[in-house]
Design a protein around this ligand. Structure first.
Ligand SMILES: [Mn+2]
Length: 338
């Protein structure tokens, strides 16, 4: 799996070794990025036109896949998650109606603009500063197509930073974030990587993209995690006090006075008994019903969301966690759409 992470760099080194001029490489990279953005732009435009033609929709969920795993500190399998989640969303073992009665086959509830070709872009030696901008630009292209709202399929948790940045920039102000995770992902940098999946919320808070950040499901946190939490005014709800906090968390009202609510779900917020297909097993987590109660009862205008860190390479052979991630996506899509 480490091959994915290093592949692009190997390719670039090989070109440099063969004395290919750097401006030639840069021009080629730019063309590939333009082509990638064109793909997302046209895909989003078509879905936007379809939903507007059907009429009657104020907010409509559109999936955007970001198959990126190289910013993980441990395993890189989340790069393979988006197609597995899609497959499970439409799996014949269940119907296409959500728990509260939304029909997922209605394009006003759910459309899909496809995946950003992350590996193809990296394979041309594009570094993370630029790659993260491609993620942000792609999110903005979806948001330009009113009433589409992006629900981003990760990928590791590093993608939340460019996604939230794009949402905040596009809407012109901060959002409130509900972040479900075993980990606070708020290290200043992890192993020297400022784009690490363990640092995304430090970047988000530094950028001023969030007014409130509520972290729920936390059960793997060290001194730096708590200090960074205090530094940024994060509301950290730990599993050890969940029974006390449950009533509050199952009746949240967020996003008033800001641009709306962003929801970020790391699949490892769930106890590994419910979701074994994650990179970091952390016992003592939320049940699937705990998460649904929090989501279903949340009051607020959800402007965008992500579901990250599902690792198909750690899943059961019959894909149980893919179904879990897919149900999170289905219920989130229903919650966003109106
Ligand atoms: Mn996590």
């Amino acid at each position: 799996m480490s091959i994915i992470g290093r592949r692009g760099i190997h390719f670039l080194r090989k070109l440099s070794a063969e004395n290919v001029p750097s401006d030639l490489i840069e021009k080629g990279q730019s063309r590939l990025i333009d082509a990638s953005l064109t793909l997302i732009r046209e895909s989003a435009k078509l879905r936007g036109e379809l939903v507007r033609a059907l009429g009657g929709s104020v907010a409509s969920t559109s999936l955007l896949g970001v198959p990126l795993g190289h910013n993980s500190s441990f395993l890189q399998g989340p790069a393979f998650a988006p197609p597995r989640i899609r497959e499970a969303i439409w799996c014949g073992s269940t119907n296409s109606t959500t728990e509260e009665g939304k029909e997922l086959r209605d394009p006003r509830v759910l459309t899909d603009v496809g995946d950003i070709p992350i590996q193809e872009i990296r394979d041309c030696g594009v570094e993370d500063d630029r790659l993260m901008n491609v993620v942000s630009e792609s999110v903005k292209l979806v948001m330009e197509q009113d009433p589409l709202r992006p629900l981003v399929l990760g990928g590791d948790h590093s993608i939340s930073y460019p996604v939230v940045r794009a949402v905040s920039e596009k809407l012109g102000g901060p959002v409130d974030i509900l972040h479900l995770d075993a980990h606070p992902d708020i290290y200043d940098a992890f192993e020297g990587n400022v784009y690490s999946h363990a640092s995304s919320f430090a970047r988000i808070m530094e950028g001023g993209y969030a007014r409130r950040l509520l972290q729920v499901g936390i059960r793997s946190i060290n001194i730096e995690g708590r200090e960074q939490g205090k530094r940024f005014g994060v509301e950290q709800y730990e599993m050890r006090t969940f029974s006390r906090d449950r009533h509050f968390l199952e009746n949240l009202k967020l996003g008033e006075g800001v641009k709306g609510v962003y929801i970020s779900i790391d699949v490892d917020c769930l106890d590994p008994a419910f979701a074994p297909g994650v990179s970091h097993f952390e016992p003592g987590g939320l049940s699937f019903r705990d998460v649904l109660n929090i989501l279903h009862n949340l009051q607020g205008d959800i402007v965008a969301a992500d579901v990250v860190e599902f690792n198909p390479q750690r899943d059961t052979v019959d894909g149980m966690t893919a179904m879990v991630a897919a149900k999170l996506v289905r219920e989130l899509a229903a919650k966003i759409s109106k």
